[in-house]
Design a protein around this ligand. Structure first.
Ligand SMILES: [Mg+2]
Length: 204
């Protein structure tokens, strides 16, 4: 099988460290709930513009190089590759983040199991969306286009709009379960809680 694999909140926990850094920066108390991207969306004390500036500054710093892969991810990725499946890391991170992304994938023992690493080219960003704004629509288009070009059979994803777009394009999606995607259901979508779950699905 040819399998696309998203990075943030699929290979590594991203939303929670993001929120902790955000709360630190704006001196906010995070609510006592399962933290996720929905938590950020509900924070009204900080304007959209400030959120965008924070995102750019954070991503320009050491954030991506400090992320931790989910504990079972490297072992399972290795098993999937050893079973003969082709893994393509496909992230909506901007192409200019390639060095930090590939260095991290190498450090974590992941890159050698992948056929390729794809980041979102500049031309795939929607010029109408402010820089730094999370733009799931153009990311969904980018990932669907790539999934077709690479003739992927399946995709590991956590984002609702991206997962739905891939599923509607006929690609099988393993949806990594998170608080923000609980309501999503589609015949092409199978929800998995962990990489170990995915290993069971794939029989590896
Ligand atoms: Mg993601």
């Amino acid at each position: 099988m040819r399998i696309g694999v998203d990075l943030d909140d699929v290979v590594a926990e991203c939303a929670v460290p993001y929120l902790r850094a955000f709360a630190d920066r704006f001196r906010l108390e995070l609510p006592d709930e399962d933290l996720g991207w929905q938590t950020l969306a509900r924070i009204e004390e900080v304007s959209g513009e400030e959120k965008d500036r924070f995102r750019i500054a954070l991503y320009d710093g050491k954030f991506f190089s400090k992320l931790e892969p989910y504990e079972d991810c490297p072992t399972i990725v290795e098993r999937i590759a050893d079973a003969g499946h082709e893994i393509y890391f496909i992230t909506a991170r901007a192409e200019r983040r390639r060095v930090v992304t590939e260095t991290w994938l190498r450090e974590k023992g992941l890159i050698q199991h992948a056929r390729a690493v794809h980041l979102k080219p500049h031309g795939d960003f929607d010029p109408g969306v402010p820089p730094g704004r999370y733009d799931a629509t153009s990311s969904a288009k980018y990932k669907v286009r790539l999934a077709k070009e690479l003739e992927l059979d399946a995709f590991c994803e956590d984002d609702v709009l991206i997962a739905r777009s891939l599923a509607e394009a006929g690609i099988r999606v393993w949806l990594f379960d998170h608080t923000w995607n609980r309501d999503l259901a589609h015949p092409n979508i199978t929800r998995v809680a962990t990489w170990t779950d995915l290993a069971t699905e794939l029989g590896v």
